[in-house]
Design a protein around this ligand. Structure first.
Ligand code: ZN
Length: 413
């Protein structure tokens, strides 16, 4: 999507603020001789920013305002290396809440709703983002945080929660518990707002049916405020995002070139008004596409398609590139198989070749042997590689309150 004149002017303002602050990126732009952004060509000359650079600037090297203006920091969970610290001004915190409230509104949630918030509170941006948006909207927040399923179910019944906010894995766990305990008639949930982790249609259907609720995907990442920068509308045709706060472009993850609207690639985000830590052309490594045209819901905000996976989640075995989303789609077509799975990639020393060990869950009513063989041949024909398949009973694989890691590569160990 072409950047507008208005967005260009905002990018230039951010660039001036960054250069003026002489922060990590201010120095970088100065060294590159970048002084202003007036045209689309100027914009396209801005280098991409990657998470590794944010780590280099640890702890507060990307701060672009004086300390006195910072009211809060958040940190993205670093599974490897240093974490990334993002400083926020009061305006950043307020803008984020405004965007999040807009997400709730887009999902048809009003101030009469009671929102049970299960994502974690603390350094990361999840819980507090859901909370601030809820308060901005004027709804009742039930700030549970993660875990303690007993208490979650108790509060859900006693306080008559109408909205549940959770990761897809935790929503699945709650749905299974509610189903297992026969509580469906005792809960008042109408909608679920689910973190933007890639999840399968099968899992979505299960949660929606078991809980009898509508589901909305919320998008966001700590480097860019946090969750709340985009959400599905009732028409469920992609996620609207807030182009008055962000400019989003899609690039080919390998060449770095912009792709046409409608084509898949990596999401790159530019913050248009962020003060504490403005970022220009930040590579998210999330894969999606811009959906061209207008949404049937009538919203003027542009749309991203569901997140297809992460460019760095891609795994390669015998020269074949694979994404977890392909595995999810494949499992979705097999009867009696749950949406949970785990992939281990290892090197078999004896045969001197890489092997894929796929663990999937199946219901007891289907033959475990036959299901395993079925998945193995479907994998071979659709993805081109033959995995070793282990079928375990439903509920065996771990359900996580955070994003679930599904692919484990043991080849470097
Ligand atoms: Zn819409």
């Amino acid at each position: 999507m072409q950047i507008s004149e208005k967005q260009l002017a905002l990018v230039n303002e951010r660039l001036q603020a960054i250069i003026g602050s002489d922060n990590y990126f201010g120095k970088m732009y100065r060294e590159l001789g970048i002084t202003e952004v007036k045209t689309v060509e100027d914009f396209q000359k801005l280098p991409f920013v990657d998470k590794a650079e944010l780590r280099n600037a640890y702890p507060l090297g990307i701060q672009a305002v004086p300390d006195s203006e910072i009211v809060r920091i958040h940190s993205s969970s670093g599974t490897t290396g240093k974490p990334v610290i993002i400083p926020y001004t009061a305006k950043d915190v307020d803008d984020w809440a405004t965007m999040f409230a807009r997400c709730y509104e887009t999902a048809g949630i009003t101030k009469d709703d009671r929102i049970q918030i299960t994502p974690g509170y603390g350094l990361w941006t999840a819980g507090i983002g859901f909370q601030a948006g809820c308060e901005k909207l004027g709804a009742m927040a039930i700030p549970m945080g993660p875990g303690n399923t007993e208490k979650q179910l108790q509060m859900m019944q006693d306080l008559k929660s109408t909205v549940i906010c959770a990761t897809s894995s935790y929503a699945l766990l709650l749905a299974e518990e509610i189903n297992g305990r026969g509580l469906k008639d005792k809960i008042c949930l109408k909608k679920g707002v689910i973190g933007s982790e890639r999840w399968s249609d099968k899992k979505r259907e299960y949660i929606a049916n078991e809980l009898g609720i509508e589901l909305y995907d919320i998008y966001g990442l700590t480097e860019i405020y946090g969750p709340g920068i985009g959400v599905n509308c009732k028409d469920q045709k992609g996620m609207h995002y807030w182009d008055d706060y962000l400019y989003i472009e899609i690039i080919d993850p390998v060449t770095g070139k912009n792709v046409e609207d409608g084509e898949e690639g990596e999401i790159v985000i530019t913050t248009l008004v962020k003060e504490g830590a403005p970022l220009l052309r930040f590579r998210t490594h999330d894969l999606s596409r811009i959906i061209p045209g207008e949404c049937p819901c009538g919203s003027r905000y542009p749309r991203l398609d569901v997140i297809k996976g992460r460019s760095d989640d891609m795994f390669k075995v015998h020269g074949v590139n694979m994404f977890p989303s392909q595995v999810e789609e494949l499992l979705g077509t097999v009867d009696g198989v749950s949406s949970e799975y785990k992939i281990d990639i290892a090197h078999d020393e004896e045969k001197n070749r890489d092997v894929i060990l796929l663990t999937v869950e199946a219901e007891g009513r289907v033959s475990f042997d036959r299901t395993g063989a079925l998945i193995q041949s479907a994998f071979k024909s659709k993805i081109g590689v033959t995995p070793k398949v282990t079928v375990v009973p439903v509920g065996t694989l771990p359900r996580s309150e955070k994003k679930t890691k599904r692919v484990f590569d043991h080849r470097d160990e």
